[in-house]
Ligand binder design. Structure first.
Ligand SMILES: [Zn+2]
Ligand SMILES: [Zn+2]
Length: 475
């Protein structure tokens, strides 16, 4: 955090000097040159101006955000000055054919948990500025006949929260007056995407392919299904068939649901449920809870005055399919079954990218701890970008729908922490029932198993924050 009075004074001075010259701004460029003695007149910009400024970021919440990467086809940046991942266009306006000096500076990180006031604290350095094919951190160039210089700043490809300003001056010493101007504070943000899915509360999923002609469906456990039930079989492409269970033969590892030939095939991990039971496991994403952990305002300061990890998230909209019921405890299903099920239904399946499938599931079972068994609220397969949030289990511990929803969002923050590179053994507090404070000191780091979930307060501690900010970007 920086409270630097002379920066404010410089700003006031710039505002004052800009207003003095405001009469001369505006359009269009006029030029006369009837003979060689006549000077070139240009009314476009006699004051030095560099863009982007604050006002070039239309949303004040997203002011200064420059995205390190986006998914293929996503060009939804926060300023028109960004047209490419990891780059921001820089435009300078002044008199024509004049030499201008540029340099990049690294301002102080404004995160509340970063308490010194010194700049030069980027992990990835200054980035580079490119103008007319010349690249460097400190370069000069001449304005063109229109009085413009156009170039671009290349930021880090990895370290979220690194920040930059580009300074321009008519004087190579960059004096602290109107001869020198600077862009707004430009801050590197990662972007992740969430593909949300609900799941059915009835039935199960196929444990083997169903081939056209078969007179049985195979599932690991029959669950709530009984002979005589009208059922629906459904796959990820939207195919579905309604039929009736003639009889059931259950063994320990497989249940055979006898049916008449369905007339088409269904692959393993297709769903089967009671036709009449459309109840689902789901939760509502709480942007307040997610933004408190991942970050909200461009400079890293949230609405509650806390800091985040500079990760912008997009909740993908689209009619993502409701997936089959998953119940771990009764059928001896494993994490592998859990994640193979999700993998089949993941529509934006990708490796090495920042799109994460989050499935609201039923019973995720229990895990063994030194003191016995503890209930499982969520689980992540980082290699395949898959996360399960076990809504049934959360409901066993948080007794109102409101509390259940708050807790589901907090477990989301925990699981997404794993997706963003926090491993089980990274720090001694991860997955331990320890009172290890988050960066605000109000609660424990969201990555602990300390029983302070369900309050809506979701923050990482400084170790986890630094790990996430330094994590290699996966796009
Ligand atoms: Zn975990
Ligand atoms: Zn932590």
């Amino acid at each position: 955090m920086k409270q630097n009075t002379h920066i404010i004074l410089i700003f006031l001075f710039l505002v004052f000097s800009a207003s003095l010259y405001s009469q001369e701004e505006g359009s269009p460029t006029q030029r006369t040159s009837s003979n060689s003695n006549e000077v070139t007149l240009n009314f476009a910009c006699t004051t030095l101006e560099i863009l982007p400024q604050d006002s070039d970021f239309p949303s004040s919440i997203h002011r200064g955000k420059v995205l390190i990467s986006t998914r293929s086809g996503d060009y939804s940046y926060y300023t028109n000055y960004q047209t490419w991942d990891g780059q921001v266009n820089i435009k300078l306006k002044y008199q024509p054919n004049t030499e201008i000096y540029f340099k990049i500076i690294d301002p102080d990180d404004e995160s509340p948990y970063e308490t010194n006031t010194q700049g030069n604290d980027n992990i990835g350095g200054l980035g580079t500025l490119t103008i007319n094919g010349i690249t460097g951190t400190s370069i000069s160039a001449n304005t063109n006949n229109n009085g413009e210089i156009n170039g671009y700043l290349t930021i880090t490809n990895q370290y979220s929260g690194d920040n930059y300003k580009v300074l321009a001056s008519t004087d190579s010493t960059f004096p602290n007056d109107s001869r020198t101007v600077e862009t707004t504070n430009l801050i590197a943000w990662k972007r992740m995407y969430i593909e949300p899915h609900n799941s059915y509360q009835s039935g199960s999923f196929l444990s083997f392919n169903y081939n056209n002609g078969d007179t049985y469906l195979r599932v690991w456990d029959r669950g709530d299904l009984n002979p005589g039930d009208q059922i629906i079989i459904f796959d990820k492409y939207g195919n579905q068939t309604i039929t009736t269970i003639n009889s059931i033969n259950s063994s320990t590892s497989t249940s055979f649901l006898y049916i008449n030939n369905l007339g088409r095939s269904y692959p393993k991990y297709s769903g089967v449920r009671k036709l009449s039971d459309t109840r689902i496991y789901s939760f509502q994403y709480d942007h307040g809870i997610l933004q408190n952990a991942f970050g909200k305002n461009g400079n890293g300061v949230d609405s509650n005055g806390n800091g985040g990890v500079f990760v912008d998230y997009q909740l993908l909209s689209g009619n993502f399919k409701t997936i089959p019921n998953f119940y771990w405890k009764v059928s001896g299903l494993t994490d592998d079954h859990n994640f193979n099920l999700l993998k089949y239904w993941f529509e934006n399946q990708c490796t090495g990218c920042n799109i994460f499938m989050i499935a609201a599931l039923g019973n995720g079972g229990h895990i063994q701890t030194p003191t016995g068994f503890s209930i499982e609220y969520g689980k992540t397969d980082r290699n395949n970008n898959l996360t399960s949030i076990y809504i049934y289990n959360i409901g066993q511990s948080f007794f109102t729908p409101q509390l259940e929803n708050i807790a589901a969002n907090e477990y989301c923050v925990h699981e997404l922490g794993h997706q963003l590179d926090i491993g089980h053994n990274d720090f001694p507090h991860i997955h331990q029932n320890v009172n290890h404070p988050d960066h605000t000191g109000i609660e424990t780091c969201i990555m602990t198993y300390y029983p302070d979930k369900g309050t809506g307060h979701s923050e990482y501690d400084i170790q986890c924050i630094n790990k996430i900010r330094r994590a290699k970007d996966r796009l």
